[in-house]
Design a protein around this ligand. Sequence first.
Ligand SMILES: [Zn+2]
Length: 302
Amino acid sequence: MLSHTILKRALELERAIPAFNVPYLPMIEPVAEAIKREDTVAFVEVARPEWEKFESKSIEAVHEEFSRVADTEFVRLHLDHIPVIDEDNRRVDYLSLIKRAVDCGYHSVMVDGSRLPFDENVQATAEVVVLAHARGIPVEAELGAVLGHEATPQMSYEEILATRTGFTDPDEAERFVRETGCDWLSIAFGNIHGAISEALRHKQKVAATLDVNHLRQIRDRVGIPLVLHGGTGIATETLLDAVRNGIAKVNVGMDIRRVYEDHLESAGVEAAQQGVLERTRELLREHFRISGMSRDLLTDPA
Ligand SMILES: [Zn+2]
């Protein structure tokens, strides 16, 4: 089944598809294996910082390893954050990166114009939609700012929440989806990314709380699957509440990255892969048990 159909179905059923980030190539095999063993559907995904600042090498390297180890009946490959302006405030040649992913066979892509003014974000996203849709590939976009990737954070999590900094505006979301034609939308409503800068990435992530009322307002305006970035450190009950109110894809990065890095340091690659396999299965069984999609739900009852 196509990624597009999977998320639509998840939205209808008030479920969510987990998407696991892979900043190290050897993580792909155990993640894909865990998804298959749990008989569920989920994404493997990679974002630009993960080959620039970690060790997933390149768009093509991830695709090659994915093709070697993943069963696409269970696992789909998604290109996560391709920023137009990156976390260090540099301009990125996003179109050529996205074109490379489309050319080598990713099942869906994301363009992140969230650091641009609204109109420029619309323009950049619409450009990517034209490119990807010509090949039948769905596009995720971001509106509002899911903070946390910056090397020098401007404020604490408590301040972000209290001031609602970066929160996606429901009116803008409606206009954005209409004008860009994007398929899925990443929004900010209290969620935060795990840190990626060298100085901050080893710190414990804060436990995020979510403003589900805010989420509901956006859901009521846009009618497309919404994406929750920063899935690590959200309580299972809170996650479930979000999933019942429009979140149809949940990104998980830091959780399994920490497991991989901790094992790698003390016991080597194989132990790190084993750790990721076990932790991913545990997340699928416990954290996503009620909210995730088992494969039988994908079959249309009609
Ligand atoms: Zn993200």
